[in-house]
Design a protein around this ligand. Structure first.
Ligand code: ADP
Ligand code: ZN
Length: 208
């Protein structure tokens, strides 16, 4: 099963992606995670991406598209994959379609996780992550409930950057919902429910 996850920053894409990966044994391709790892390792890609990410802007299409193409050529994606945070622009969506076409594969579902503006701002401001295992929690978690390591706040989860990321989302990414609806691939879920309930909704829609 090949899935695209759509939704504003903070909609819960990462959380749902982890669950889907566990249950369906598919590859998780998070462009945000790949870019953050590159920033941390100070690779040329990371150095290029960092300023965009800190400002809440999109990393240029050419960079991100190249990254995803390479990732899709890795063998583990043949059993299925979930794209989390990609595509984020019409150009990326078109490039993805043509790349998959070339590989003789295609998207089975585009899942849109819907959450209101207010809830997103609230969630992102209090979001904390585990350095060691990637667990996504909030400001109430002093230590990771999974592995006990320290939790940290992402550099781009600050009020000003959050505002910009939301604007960028509305302008560049939200139109992809119509794109996938037009291709008859869209399923929509209410992302304001708790994560387990959202996951149940998703599982039901995928079973249809
Ligand atoms: P969120 O969905 O919470 O905003 P991500 O972890 O998906 O976070 O992405 C973090 C940042 O990485 C984005 O704000 C952007 O700068 C960059 N990024 C991730 N995916 C893409 C993409 N497909 N195209 C361009 N930039 C991206
Ligand atoms: Zn942890």
């Amino acid at each position: 099963m090949n899935i695209v996850l759509l939704g504003a920053p903070g909609a819960g894409k990462g959380t749902q992606a982890e669950k889907l990966v566990d249950v369906h044994d598919i590859a998780h391709i998070s462009t945000g995670n790949i870019l953050r790892a590159a920033v941390k390792a100070e690779t040329p890609l990371g150095l290029e991406a960092k300023s965009y990410m800190d400002a809440g802007e999109l990393v240029p299409d050419s960079v991100v598209i190249g990254l995803v193409k390479e990732r899709l050529e890795e063998e583990d994606t043949e059993k299925g994959f979930i794209l989390d945070g990609f595509p984020r622009t019409a150009t990326q969506a078109v490039a993805l379609a043509s790349e998959l076409d070339k590989l003789g594969r295609g998207i089975d579902f585009a899942i849109a996780v819907k959450v209101s503006h207010d809830v997103i701002v609230e969630r992102l401001s209090s979001r904390r992550l585990c350095r060691a295992c990637g667990y996504i929690g909030n400001a109430l978690d002093k230590n990771c409930p999974i592995c006990g390591d320290v939790m940290y706040q992402r550099d781009d989860d600050t009020p000003e950057t959050i505002r910009n990321r939301l604007e960028v989302y509305e302008k560049s990414t939200a139109p992809l919902i119509d794109y996938y609806r037009g291709a008859d691939l869209l399923v929509e879920v209410d992302g304001e429910k708790d994560p387990d309930e959202v996951f149940i909704q998703i599982q039901k829609m995928l079973a249809h």
